[in-house]
Design a protein. Structure first.
Length: 311
């Protein structure tokens, strides 16, 4: 360090003083990856480099901080070149004379422009009671029903970093996946929080999920209700056969054990709710058979209804 600890943040990031926001960000990302503490465990020099890189980005990526820093930068260059006090006063640079060293200026700059950064730079701040930062990053991830059923791998872009996430089988809406050391980075110190992924499962036109159990409506014809049938159905696990008992009734539920979602050693069940599906158009033969059915039917469907309606 030189000039009472002054740091040239443009030089630290390897950029020119007229660098664009994108150039500042691009250089920071490159250097942050190069000197990240995870890649250099127990390397104090790399940790120090990483701290200065984050410190530089903290200042140069913020318009207000950058403007104040550039004024201070100009002041130090003029002072090193031996410019007169009159010149400094004309350019309103005398405001920086109060600072004994660069750390004092930086501490004041952080305090004026960022309460969060005041905690980040607590080593140069007079505030000893700053609360610790929560560096955990949160990410909402929506997945399909089949991804929840079978599990999946998802590539996410978080904080400009590609992260592969393994979705376990049987995950439910509201479940959270924690990935260590993939959260926000504490500028100036290199500490990093965790990534918390909250999962929501998209609704499906057929399958409905309650815990590990899966539910679906199953349309049946009139004769299948009355006579019973052995029909092919689709399940989340694949095609299978389902036996419909004769005399089944609409809204009755049939269960296929172990055909729902599964999580570790626990398996859910699959429930079919039987629904009567009548044709929009009846054929002549069907109508003749229905006429025959009406003529021989012995059950009066509204007998109990009349009794209840009149009480």
């Amino acid at each position: 360090m030189e000039l009472n600890g002054f740091k040239d943040y443009f030089k630290i990031l390897g950029i020119s003083r007229n660098a664009t926001d994108q150039e500042i960000k691009s250089s920071f990302r490159k250097l942050a990856r190069q000197f990240h503490p995870d890649l250099h465990p127990h390397d104090q020099k790399a940790e120090s480099e990483f701290k200065e890189i984050n410190e530089a980005y903290e200042i140069l990526s913020d318009e207000a901080k950058k403007k104040s820093y550039e004024q201070h930068l100009s002041y130090w260059f003029k002072k090193r070149a031996g410019k007169s006090r009159d010149f400094s006063s004309e350019n309103n640079d005398n405001q920086f004379d109060e600072y004994l060293n660069f750390d004092d200026f930086l501490s004041d700059l952080i305090g004026r422009f960022s309460e969060v950064s005041q905690d980040i730079y607590s080593n140069i701040s007079s505030n000893k009671n700053a609360q610790s930062l929560n560096l955990d990053a949160e990410f909402n991830l929506q997945i399909s029903f089949l991804e929840a059923l079978n599990g999946a791998k998802k590539n996410l872009l978080v904080n400009d970093e590609r992260i592969e996430v393994t979705i376990p089988q049987g995950i439910e809406t509201g479940s959270k996946i924690r990935i260590k050391n993939k959260g926000n980075i504490q500028s100036g110190k290199g500490k990093r929080g965790d990534l918390l992924i909250e999962v929501s499962v998209k609704s499906h036109p057929i399958w409905k999920v309650k815990g590990l159990d899966v539910y679906a409506d199953l349309p049946l014809s009139l004769d299948e209700f009355a006579l019973g049938a052995n029909i092919m159905v689709v399940s989340p696990q694949g095609d299978t056969y389902l036996s419909i008992p004769s005399g089944s009734l609409p809204e009755q539920k049939l269960r296929l054990q172990g055909q729902g979602l599964h999580n570790l050693d626990t398996q859910g069940d699959l429930f079919f709710t039987l629904k009567l599906k009548l044709p929009e158009n009846w054929s002549a033969d069907e109508l003749r058979l229905l006429e025959k059915l009406r003529s021989v039917r012995i059950d009066e469907p509204r007998s109990s209804w009349f009794e209840k309606a009149r009480t």
